[in-house]
Design a protein around this ligand. Sequence first.
Ligand SMILES: C[S@@+](CC[C@H](N)C(=O)[O-])C[C@H]1O[C@@H](n2cnc3c(N)ncnc32)[C@H](O)[C@@H]1O
Length: 211
Amino acid sequence: MPERKTYIVEHLDPELGQWSELEYAAIARETQERGGGNNTFMLSSLPAGFGVPERLSEIPAFRAETRGVEDMYGTEELKGRVCLLDPQAEKDLNPDDKREFDVFLFGGILGDDPPRDRTSELRKKGFKGRRLGPVQMTTDTAVRVTRMVVEEQFTLNKIPYTDFPELKFNEHESTQMPFRYVKDDDGNPIMPEGMVDLIKKDADKSIDDLF
Ligand SMILES: C[S@@+](CC[C@H](N)C(=O)[O-])C[C@H]1O[C@@H](n2cnc3c(N)ncnc32)[C@H](O)[C@@H]1O
């Protein structure tokens, strides 16, 4: 029997911005491609009538859910199978957690620098927590790293990371990202499709705002 894992991002921001949409599309695609069709990526706590962007709805592994994680997994029986990925947890995620948990829960919040500990909104609900090391990751990186530990049985210290990478747009323009990413074979941070363009557009916009 294949093991089924569910990755849930509980929507906590007031709206779904472009950054989040690209991150969630990357999570949905990887859940589909790497999970052999067995795993699910769920975006929970969505407002009623939420228009799911097509780039998400077209991926079979994706589910949109208006219920919150507590409504779905709040009973004593189910609660213990849910792991909250929590930057403040005492214990780090390890490959044996594959047996302990079926559901991995993440805060649907954009990274901030310095981090404001908004994951605390989910911590209050009493799920068991695991940390992914001491450095803040983007949400799609946090799901990617969790999948590598749980499904591919990496230990956290064996995953190739790049911390605070600099994105160079051209000779004169670059920006430093205040997060940890997984590195690809060429040493570049793995980022959602379209993200570098969006970051560049946002950087150009903030420069324009100065004038
Ligand atoms: C972009 S992070 C936002 C963290 C946010 N700045 C905060 O104040 O909590 C989004 C989610 O990714 C997960 N995450 C990111 N880095 C993590 C880490 N080092 N350990 C555990 N979870 C992490 C958490 O579930 C977090 O809610």
